[in-house]
Design a protein around this ligand. Structure first.
Ligand SMILES: [Mg+2]
Length: 318
């Protein structure tokens, strides 16, 4: 599952993989007006290019001297970040067995050489359309419709993956759960349209903060957001929490009914693992939730950190 979806206006990226330069040249002639063309001359290059470019479609030669097209395809399908890219096999093999094996390996289509330009064009166009539609469905399924940040479903998957990754690499993982203070009264006073605008603005501010590679922002529910910070210990997470609090303050959205500020503010619960601690992702989430509750109880518009996700009582900064 990828976080980025291709923009419909960008020129689709095509990766052409073949050990014969002449074939790549032919594909280039056929497609250069419509697509951005990239090339690889062997399986190793193909995998490297795919990882770097995340192309929209791959035309893959079945027979190559190093890694076969079949194996390249299998490896692509095993990588969650690349598995959704349609692979069209192109080959001189015309037997049914090669064709069925290629399709079983995850190929979306099978085209025989010598290729007919009109046919290869039509098939590529069809698979790009299907890919764009699938990307849109994935975006609908994984992004929050109002704010455009990741939704709860995406977060749940992402948390499991990041948890496993942090355990594997013995890295700390931190989580910030935050919530807009007195959001219900904000809605009651200004109406739901203003409430929605406030949610969008806060989501935008959270998303706009400088990110390190694996920082992840999601709408957790209602007026609650979650920020997952990979390879980030508690001091690192507290710096991030302070920056989030400041970013929301900088929005300077008037709140007519808050008892802690004239502006919209947030409360933040922060939890962090100790590298290698053998607990669960659920415990980390629970610890952040308890700290969010503590921040609310302590008066809102503040950060409450837990030193360890096992649940030591949080202290509230002055
Ligand atoms: Mg070949």
């Amino acid at each position: 599952m990828r976080a980025e979806y291709s923009s419909p206006t960008a020129m689709p990226k095509l990766l052409v993989v073949d050990d014969q330069p002449l074939f790549i040249q032919t594909m280039h002639e056929i497609f250069r007006d419509q697509y951005e063309i990239f090339m690889a001359r062997n399986g190793e290059q193909a995998l490297a290019q795919a990882g770097r470019l995340c192309p929209d479609l791959i035309l893959l030669d079945l027979n190559m001297p190093d890694i076969s097209g079949m194996e390249v395809c299998q490896r692509l399908k095993q990588n969650p970040a690349l598995a959704d890219i349609p692979v069209l096999f192109v080959t001189a093999e015309e037997d049914f067995e090669s064709e069925s094996l290629a399709l079983e390996a995850g190929g979306a289509d099978y085209i025989t050489k010598p290729v007919n330009p009109a046919v290869v064009r039509a098939r590529v166009r069809t698979h790009l359309t299907l890919k764009a539609q699938a990307d849109q469905l994935r975006a609908l399924a994984y992004l929050d419709g109002l704010t455009g940040v990741a939704n709860r479903r995406y977060f749940d998957q992402h948390l499991d993956a990041e948890w496993a990754r942090s355990q594997r690499h013995h890295m700390p993982l931190s989580l910030i759960l935050l919530d807009i203070d007195f959001f219900k009264t904000y809605n009651d006073h200004l109406g739901h349209i203003a409430g929605d605008q406030c949610l969008k603005a806060v989501a935008g501010a959270l998303q706009a903060l400088p990110k390190r590679g694996h920082d992840f922002v999601a709408r957790y529910g209602g007026e609650e957001f979650v920020v997952l910070l990979a390879d980030c210990d508690l001091p690192c997470a507290l710096r991030k929490a302070a920056a989030l609090q400041e970013a929301v303050a900088q929005l300077a959205i008037q709140h007519p009914a808050s008892t802690v500020s004239e502006l919209v503010t947030i409360s933040l619960g922060v939890a962090s693992t100790v590298a290698g601690a053998a607990h669960t992702a659920g415990e980390l989430l629970d610890a952040a939730d308890r700290q969010l509750y503590a921040a609310k109880q302590a008066g809102r518009n503040r950060i409450s950190p837990a030193a360890d996700h096992a649940g030591t009582a949080g202290s509230t900064p002055p």
